[in-house]
Write a protein that binds this ligand. Sequence first.
Ligand SMILES: Nc1ncnc2c1ncn2[C@@H]1O[C@H](COP(=O)(O)OP(=O)(O)OP(=O)(O)O)[C@@H](O)[C@H]1O
Ligand SMILES: [Mg+2]
Length: 244
Amino acid sequence: MATLLEVRSVTKRFGGLVANKEVSLAISAGEIVGLIGPNGAGKTTLFNCVTGYTHADAGRIVFAGADITRARPERVSGLGIARTWQLVRTFGRMTVLENVVCGALKRHARVGEARARALRLLEFTGLASREDVVAANLTLADKKRLEIARALATEPRLLLLDEAMSGLTPAETAAAVELVRRIHGELGLALCVVEHVMEVVMPLSQRVVVLDDGEKIAEGPPAEVVRNDAVIKAYLGEHYRGRR
Ligand SMILES: Nc1ncnc2c1ncn2[C@@H]1O[C@H](COP(=O)(O)OP(=O)(O)OP(=O)(O)O)[C@@H](O)[C@H]1O
Ligand SMILES: [Mg+2]
């Protein structure tokens, strides 16, 4: 499969703190990659570097052949990377439909077309019945779902999900997993999924990348990564050893 995103030896510092230390990873078209690691490992920072919300101090980021190392978020979005936020950032005073129209306006200059596109995505994400609800009044699960719909409305080739399931009930989590699988299967997107719940991220991911203290400490198929000593020590804990 063709490489879509290539992160080459990215370093990001905040003063004396090194949030990403020479991190390299690649994501192919249509692939689901899990990005895991303890709190403060640098997962969100890496998403921020890739999407142009902050810029790496060293290294390169290439997406679909374009150097986006210093690109601004608008350009990254235009090239086809969309994301969601660890702490949801829906437009609280707008309705569900208006939120998704905002995403669709990225590709459709006419409001009517953007609206039609947004309505299709509300169907796809299961939010159609909430169309007129003001976003601030949604449950957390629906807010997270709305962020995914708005991200999809920008017509990305790669979707970065930053803890899209954290704080959800088991039933809501199962529904969110199902949505991610449909985004992958039916829309054919590549996904990078940051998630702390191993029961969610391991079955979902074709490949897992592990960050610890800013550095990549492991990478491979989920079944291999869960047996990796460094990963067990840094993140999973001894109780995880031998579990399937
Ligand atoms: N804007 C910032 N200014 C200063 N330090 C920051 C900033 N953003 C992140 N950091 C620091 O960089 C490190 C990595 O943070 P980051 O949010 O990327 O971790 P994470 O892996 O996403 O963690 P979590 O699982 O808790 O979300 C942390 O030590 C954090 O405090
Ligand atoms: Mg984070």
